[in-house]
Ligand binder design. Structure first.
Ligand code: SF4
Ligand code: SF4
Length: 157
């Protein structure tokens, strides 16, 4: 006696249906073998960033190597996240310098307002975008670090 619960399932597999897509896939793979790769060997290789890119800051110097900054504090006032600290100093000749100039690069939102507001063209945002470290304190840049942001480009291990 035939079991009433038996369900007959027939799978319709048309012959050759998968051959064409398979060949197409293999052709695509083969073509990629002879195509120039679009990936790069980061961090040894770097991509060019946009001209408008805003990365780590640089404090600019004049021909004598002195900071152009006169510690006016405009950048401090305009900075939205309060990431800049400037301690002014005035020498006997009345020349003003920043005794201390600190940017917290973690607080910074890289808006570029500080560079735009600066009346002395003393600060700029560079194209350095991949500074990495394990310690938050290392992201607090003082004058010596701000003079040479390129030193902090990530080069791998
Ligand atoms: S880029 Fe913007 S957030 Fe960063 S320090 Fe300058 S003003 Fe502040
Ligand atoms: S960087 Fe420019 S805006 Fe900021 S304190 Fe120096 S001179 Fe003033």
């Amino acid at each position: 006696m035939k079991n009433q619960n038996t369900i007959n399932v027939s799978i319709n597999r048309p012959k050759g249906k998968y051959i064409l897509p398979l060949l197409k896939g293999m052709c695509y793979t083969l073509r990629q073998l002879f195509t120039k790769p679009i990936t790069i060997e980061y961090p040894e290789q770097k991509r060019e960033v946009s001209k408008r890119w805003r990365g780590l800051h640089r404090l600019k110097t004049n021909d004598k190597g002195d900071l152009k900054c006169v510690a006016c504090g405009l950048c401090v006032t305009i900075c939205p996240p309060d990431a800049i600290k400037v301690v002014p100093y005035e020498d006997e000749g009345g020349r003003r310098y920043p005794k201390e100039f600190i940017i917290d690069e973690i607080r910074c939102i890289f808006c570029g307002f500080c560079a735009e507001a600066c009346p002395m063209d003393a600060i700029e945002l560079t194209k350095v975008y991949d500074y990495v470290d394990y310690n938050r304190n290392d992201f607090i840049f003082d004058i010596s670090k701000l003079k040479t942001p390129e030193k902090f480009i990530f080069k791998g291990k």
